[in-house]
Design a protein around this ligand. Structure first.
Ligand code: PEP
Ligand code: MG
Length: 884
C-alpha cells in the first residue's frame, strides 16, 4: 500500500526535511519543526505523488487515498481535541499547496475551512468573540468562493465596500458582529446568484473542494509560466498541507507575520520582518494594510510610528527570536518564516531557506563561514552561480545629479532605467519590441509575472518588503521599489502623479532598488566594485576548483574586463571580430574582392599592421597568460555589403564598378554558409590569409617582448577542422611563418566543432597540441540544427518535452557530450598531455561547466561577464565530486 498522507504535530512527525521531494518544501519543514518541538499546529501532508498520480490517471485520485485522509483528520482532531464539523467544538483547517521548489503566490490556499452557518456559532461560543467568528467566516466564504468555486473576490470586496460606505466606515475594524452577519448574508446570496446553488455547508465537501483546487492550481496558467521561467518540471507535482487553524485575528493579543532570520536584501545579520495585529496571513502578503516592523531598530531606521513587535508584544517577540536562533542553528542557513500569534501564543506556520538577493547570498555565506557555522565549501555551494550576474552590473553613480520623484521601500536592489508602463501586458509587448520598461503598479499579483519578467524594474505604490512585488522581484533579481505610498496611478490617463508632478507613460525614469528611490530621467551608472565578500568568495572558489577559467574576448576593453573578473587567459579570440571596424573593413573587403593571389596579398599587407596591433594590445593586457587566437572563421561573404547604398559606397572606396562588386558578392554567396566555405576551408583555399594572421601574431609577440621583457604565449587555433590532413597542411604553413619571424613562442591546436573531428580526434591530435570544443558549431552539426534559425522552433521542442532545454544554451550531454568524451579520450590516447578546453557559449553555463569538469577538461572559456559565474560553477563541480 502506498503511503499518501503523512501526519505531523504534537512534538513529532512522520516526515522530515529530507523528504522535500515527496512532502514539498512546506510539508517537509512543518514536519521537521514539529519534531524539533517547535509549536506547529497539527496537520497532515498529502504527498506530491498524489498530485502526479492524479494527473497521470486522468484527474482521478488513488483508490486508497480517502481512508488515509480520514486518518489524517482524526490525527488533527485528537491533538486539538476538536471535531471537524462539530457544532459545539468545531475543528477548522487551512489547506495550502507546497511544492518541492517554492513558488510564492502561484498556487491556491484556503483558510478557515470547516466554517458554516452552524460551526460559526460554535466558534463564537468557544472564543467568546462572535465578531471574530463572523470575520473568519466571511474570509472563508471569500477565499473559498474565489479559489474553489470560481466566484471572483471582487464580488465580495464590492459588497463589503458598499456596506462600509453605507455605514460611513473607513476601516474593517469598525465593522461590528452585526455588520459582518449582514455582509455574510449578502456574500451567500451572491454565490447562489452566480452559481445557482448554495455555498457548500458540508465541511467534508468543503475540504474535498479545497484539495481539488490546490492540486488543480498546479496546472493553472501562472504556475505553468512560473515553472517555465524557473525550470521547475511539471512532473514534480505539489503536495497539499491540511493543518489546524490558529487565529491571528482573535483580537489585540493576536497577530500574524513573516520574518527572515537575516536581512534578505543586504544579508545583514539582523532579524527582519513584518507583522499585523489582529489579522490573518493573507493580509500581510496582500499589502492591503501597512504592516508594522518586527524590531525596534527597524522601526527607528524606517521612521515608523506604529510600535514594532519587539515593543508591542515583548514576550512573544522573545519566543520568536529564540525560535529564529533554534531554526538557524538547525538548518544552518537563513530562514524565511511565517508565524501567527493566537492570544499571546506563538505558532509556527512555515520555515524555509529564505530567498535572497545575490548580494545577501554572498554576505550570508561569508558571514556564516567566518563565524564557523559552515565551511568554505558549504558557503560556495550556497551561492547560485547565475545570480552573481546581479552583482556584476552597474549601480547608480553616487556623484551623478538626480531628481528624486518618489520614495518607497528598498525591496530588491539594483538600478535600472526605462520607460514607464502601467500594465503587464504592455510591458511584455514593449519589451518584445526592444524597449526597456519600468512597470509601475498600485500593487502586483501573480497575474503580473510576465510583466515583471519583461520589465527592467518594478515600482509599486502599495505593499511592504514581503509584498508580492518584493518577493517576486528579489527572486528574479530585478530592482524593485515597493510601497511608494505617495504615487497615485491614473490608469485611464496612463500617468502617475506624485507630489504635484505628473509622469506619463513612456517617460524615462531610473529606479534604485537599493535605496528605494525613483528618479526622473536616466541617472548615470557606474561599474560595480568587486571587492569585499565577492572577492572572498572568488578566492575560495579558486582554491576549490580544478578547472581553468578563460575568456572569449578580442577587444582590449573585453580582455581587460575579463582579466579583472579573474580570467586566467583567453580561450577564444575571434579574429574576424577585429575586422568589423570601418577602416579595417575596407581593406578586408579589398582582400575578399581580389580576384587573384597578388591582389589578395596586397590587401593583406595593409591589414597586417592593424592585426599586429590588435594582438599586441591583447598580449599587453594578458601578459604571460595563455592567449588562444583563432584564425579567420566565417564565410567571406559575411563581410560584403548587402544593401544597395552600401554597395555604392564600397564600390566608390575600392574604385570598382558597382556591377563588378555585385557580381563578386553573388559569386561568394552560398546556400548554406554555415556549412560552406568557412573556417580552415578558407585557409586551404587562400593560405595567404592564415599566413598573414600568423605573421601578425608572431610579430606582435616580438613587439611586446621588446616592450616588456616578457614572452607572450600564443596558442594558434584552426577552426572547423574535419580531418587530420587539413590541420597538417595549415600547421606546416604556420610553422614556416614562425621560422621566418624567429624566436617566437607558440603552440598550434584546433577546434573540435564537427562530429567527424570528434571521431577522428586520434589522428587530429597528431598535429594539435590542444583541442578547444566549439560547442556552438558542434551542437549545430550534431543535431543538424541551424544555430541561426533554430531559435524559432526550439521552444516547441522544449514544450513538447523532446528537449529539456535549448541545447545551444545548456550542453546536450547525451549527444554532443558523448562526442566530447570520445574526442577527449581519442585525443589523449595519441597525445597524453593534450590540453582540452571548451569555448562555445556553454563555457559560461553552470550545468555545462559541471559536465566539463566531470569530463576532465582542463579549462572552460566564456564571455567576460560570465567569468565569475564560471569560477564559482567550477568550484561547485569540484566540491560536488569531492562529496560524492
Ligand atoms: C563554436 O562554434 O562553439 C565557437 C566557439 O565558434 P563560433 O561561435 O565563433 O563559431
Ligand atoms: Mg564555431
Amino acid at each position: 500500500m502506498t503511503k499518501w498522507v503523512y501526519n505531523f504535530g504534537g512534538g513529532s512527525a512522520e516526515g522530515d526535511t529530507s523528504m522535500k521531494n515527496l512532502l514539498g518544501g512546506k510539508g517537509a519543514n512543518l514536519a521537521e519543526m514539529a519534531s524539533l518541538g517547535l509549536p506547529v499546529p497539527p496537520g497532515f501532508t498529502m504527498t506530491a505523488e498524489v498530485c502526479t498520480s492524479y494527473y497521470d490517471n486522468g484527474e482521478k485520485y488513488p483508490d486508497d487515498l480517502d481512508p488515509q485522509t480520514e486518518a489524517g483528520l482524526a490525527h488533527i482532531e485528537k491533538l486539538t481535541g476538536k471535531k471537524f464539523g462539530d457544532a459545539a467544538n468545531p475543528l477548522l483547517v487551512s489547506v495550502r499547496s507546497g511544492a518541492r521548489a517554492s513558488m510564492p503566490g502561484m498556487m491556491d490556499t484556503v483558510l478557515n475551512l470547516g466554517l458554516n452557518d452552524t460551526t460559526v456559532e460554535g466558534l463564537a461560543a468557544l472564543s467568546g468573540d462572535r465578531r471574530f467568528a463572523l470575520d473568519s467566516y466571511r474570509r472563508f466564504i471569500t477565499m473559498y468562493s474565489d479559489v474553489v468555486l470560481g466566484v471572483h473576490h471582487h464580488t465580495f470586496e464590492d459588497i463589503l465596500e458598499r456596506h462600509k460606505d453605507d455605514e460611513g466606515y473607513v476601516l474593517d475594524t469598525e465593522m461590528t458582529a452585526g455588520d459582518w452577519e449582514a455582509v455574510i448574508g449578502r456574500f451567500k446570496d451572491a454565490v447562489k446568484r452566480e452559481l445557482g446553488r448554495d455555498f457548500p455547508q458540508d465541511p467534508r465537501e468543503q475540504l474535498q473542494g479545497a484539495i481539488d483546487a490546490v492540486f488543480g492550481s498546479w496546472m493553472n496558467e501562472r504556475a505553468i509560466v512560473y515553472r517555465r521561467l524557473n525550470d521547475i518540471p511539471a512532473a514534480w507535482g505539489t503536495a497539499v498541507n491540511v493543518q489546524a487553524m490558529v487565529f491571528g485575528n482573535m483580537g489585540e493579543t493576536s497577530a500574524t507575520g513573516v520574518a527572515f532570520t537575516r536581512d534578505p536584501s543586504t544579508g545583514e545579520n539582523t532579524y527582519y520582518g513584518e507583522f499585523l495585529i489582529n489579522a490573518q496571513g493573507e493580509d500581510v502578503v496582500a499589502g492591503i494594510r501597512t504592516p508594522q516592523t518586527l524590531t525596534k531598530k527597524a522601526r527607528e531606521e524606517m521612521g515608523e510610528e506604529a510600535p514594532s513587535m519587539e515593543e508591542a508584544m515583548p514576550d512573544v517577540y522573545g519566543q520568536l527570536a529564540a525560535t529564529f536562533v533554534k531554526l538557524e542553528d538547525h538548518y544552518r542557513d537563513m530562514q524565511d518564516i511565517e508565524f501567527t500569534v493566537e492570544q499571546g501564543k506563538l505558532w509556527m506556520l512555515q520555515t524555509r531557506t529564505g530567498k535572497r538577493t545575490a548580494r545577501a547570498a554572498l554576505k550570508i555565506a561569508v558571514d556564516m563561514a567566518e563565524a564557523g557555522q559552515i565551511t568554505h565549501d558549504e558557503a560556495l555551494m550556497r551561492i547560485e552561480p547565475l545570480s552573481l550576474d546581479q552583482l556584476l552590473h552597474p549601480t547608480l553613480n553616487p556623484d551623478a545629479p538626480r531628481d528624486v520623484i518618489a520614495m518607497g521601500l528598498p525591496a530588491s536592489p539594483g538600478a535600472a532605467i526605462g520607460e514607464v508602463v502601467f500594465s503587464s501586458d504592455e510591458a511584455e509587448e514593449l519589451r518584445k519590441a526592444g524597449h526597456k520598461v519600468i512597470l509601475v503598479r498600485t500593487e502586483t499579483s501573480p497575474e503580473d509575472i510576465h510583466g515583471m519578467h519583461a520589465a527592467e524594474a518594478i515600482v509599486t505604490a502599495r505593499g511592504g518588503m514581503t509584498s508580492h512585488a518584493a518577493v517576486v522581484a528579489r527572486g528574479m533579481g530585478k530592482p524593485c521599489v515597493s510601497g511608494a505610498g505617495n504615487i497615485r496611478i491614473d490608469m485611464d490617463a496612463q500617468e502617475f502623479s506624485v507630489a504635484g508632478r505628473i509622469i506619463k507613460k513612456g517617460e524615462i525614469v531610473t529606479v534604485d532598488g537599493a535605496s528605494g528611490q525613483v528618479f526622473m530621467g536616466a541617472v548615470d551608472m557606474v561599474q560595480p566594485e568587486l571587492s569585499g565578500d565577492f572577492a572572498k568568495v572568488m578566492d575560495w572558489a579558486d582554491e576549490a576548483r580544478t578547472l581553468g577559467i578563460r575568456t572569449n574576448a578580442e577587444t582590449p576593453l573585453d580582455v581587460q574586463t575579463a582579466k579583472d573578473f579573474g580570467a586566467e587567459g583567453i580561450g577564444l579570440c575571434r579574429t574576424e571580430h577585429m575586422f568589423f571596424e570601418a577602416d579595417r573593413l575596407a581593406h578586408f573587403r579589398e582582400m575578399i574582392l581580389a580576384t587573384d593571389k597578388k591582389g589578395r596579398e596586397d590587401a593583406l599587407a595593409k591589414i597586417l599592421p592593424v592585426q599586429r596591433e590588435d594582438f599586441a594590445a591583447i598580449f599587453r593586457i594578458m601578459k604571460d597568460r595563455p592567449c588562444t587566437i583563432r584564425l579567420l572563421d566565417p564565410p567571406l561573404h559575411e563581410f560584403l555589403p548587402h544593401t544597395e547604398a552600401d554597395i555604392q559606397s564600397v564600390a566608390e572606396t575600392l574604385n570598382l564598378p558597382a556591377k563588378e562588386l555585385m557580381a563578386r558578392a553573388r559569386e561568394l554567396a552560398e546556400s548554406n554558409p554555415m556549412l560552406g566555405h568557412r573556417g580552415c576551408r578558407l585557409g586551404i583555399s587562400y593560405p595567404e590569409i592564415y599566413e598573414m594572421q600568423a605573421r601578425a601574431i608572431f610579430e606582435a609577440e616580438i613587439m611586446v617582448e621588446k616592450e616588456t621583457g616578457r614572452k607572450p604565449t600564443a596558442e594558434i587555433m584552426i577552426p572547423l577542422v574535419s580531418s587530420a590532413k587539413e590541420l597538417e597542411i595549415l600547421r606546416e604553413a604556420i610553422i614556416r611563418v614562425a621560422d621566418e619571424v624567429g624566436g617566437v613562442h607558440y603552440t598550434i591546436g584546433t577546434m573540435i566543432e564537427l562530429p567527424r573531428a570528434a571521431l577522428r580526434a586520434g589522428d587530429i591530435a597528431e598535429h594539435a597540441k590542444f583541442f578547444s570544443f566549439g560547442t556552438n558549431d558542434l551542437t549545430q552539426t550534431t543535431f543538424g540544427l541551424s544555430r541561426d534559425d533554430a531559435g524559432r522552433f526550439l521552444p516547441d521542442y522544449v514544450a513538447a518535452g523532446i528537449m529539456e532545454k535549448d541545447p545551444f544554451v545548456t550542453l546536450d550531454q547525451d549527444g554532443v557530450g558523448d562526442l566530447i568524451k570520445i574526442a577527449a579520450e581519442r585525443g589523449r590516447a595519441t597525445r597524453p598531455d593534450i590540453k582540452l578546453g571548451i569555448c562555445g557559449e556553454h563555457g559560461g553555463d553552470p550545468a555545462s561547466i559541471t559536465f566539463c569538469h566531470n569530463a576532465g577538461l582542463d579549462y572552460v572559456s566564456c564571455s567576460p561577464y560570465r567569468v565569475p559565474i564560471a569560477r564559482l560553477s567550477a568550484a561547485q563541480a569540484a566540491i560536488a565530486t569531492k562529496m560524492a
